[in-house]
Write a protein that binds this ligand. Sequence first.
Ligand code: KG4
Ligand code: ZN
Length: 334
Amino acid sequence: MKDIYILGIESSCDETSCSIVKNGCEEISTVISSQIDIHKSFGGVVPEIASREHVKNITFVLEECLEKAKMTMDDIDAIALTYGPGLIGSLLIGLEAAKILSYLYQKPLIPVHHIAGHIYANSLVKPLEFPLLALVVSGGHTELIKMTDHFQFEKLGGTLDDAIGECYDKVARVMDLSYPGGPKVDELAHRGKPTYHLPIPLSDDSYNFSFSGLKSAVINLNHKEEQNGNTINKEDLAASFQKVAVESVVRKTRKAIEKEGIKHLIVAGGVAANKGLREEISKMCEEEQVDLSIPPMKFCTDNGAMIASAGYFAYKLGRVADYDLNSLSSVALQ
Ligand code: KG4
Ligand code: ZN
């Protein structure tokens, strides 16, 4: 069978990335240009600046990606791109780049939902086995998705307010840690002990999550200690927050596994890089005798390889778009 090479373009937030992936599972080359250092001084991503940086970077990222792979556009079978959700200006840069390449080189255009990309990052580790449960934990999403086949998504539950990554970043801000705070809170947590009492969010029978109460509890605790003239032990506060955040996610995931009779769990999204979550979810899967897949660190946060991988399976299903394709800042997983 002929090998299929997909070029994946990701530009939904503050990373401009291109990858070439073979047959949906083998990364040939990836280039990621991150804007973190630019947005750091603002304490978060500034959409207008992000769009301008994507414009500056996209051509260089694409050229370097092809060079690294020792390939030309003629070797590419199809072009996959993130069409949403994300920052609209940022998404449009990736979309236009993909359309131009598609038109110039006469290659099919494959639209990929950003969260489908995070889920399919796991195909770069091992083949997806259905039915599976995907725990999606990122800056914008906290969801439990059941998949019965490729691109057959059933949402079992999701966050009612903040996403877990957003909560990590806000807690980090209160602790004077620079953007993106998630990885820094994770680091601190590993040096501290969970000595502060924080409420477990939404401990009910649903598959939903809630993080805004936990975030407020951390802010209030910090504030109260400051008012009382006490110094907060940042390591211990991070450990206390992480323990509760991870526990709430693992608890609901375990419930879904038991009730839905799941045998395969995959974890997807930026927060899948969290060491505390990786440890606890591995432990839970061992206890439940569930096969677990978590992408390597480099494929947890935004990258073109996950889009190329999802693009391969979408291409096989004939999910090809025409030039009317538009970017969508908000769109349900499909
Ligand atoms: O998936 P992603 O790159 O972008 C979105 O699609 O949102 O995820 C970014 C999020 C940020 O909120 C970041 O703080 C969080 O993932 N993150 C982490 C860790 N690494 C990245 N959160 C907790 N612990 C980490 N190690
Ligand atoms: Zn993402």
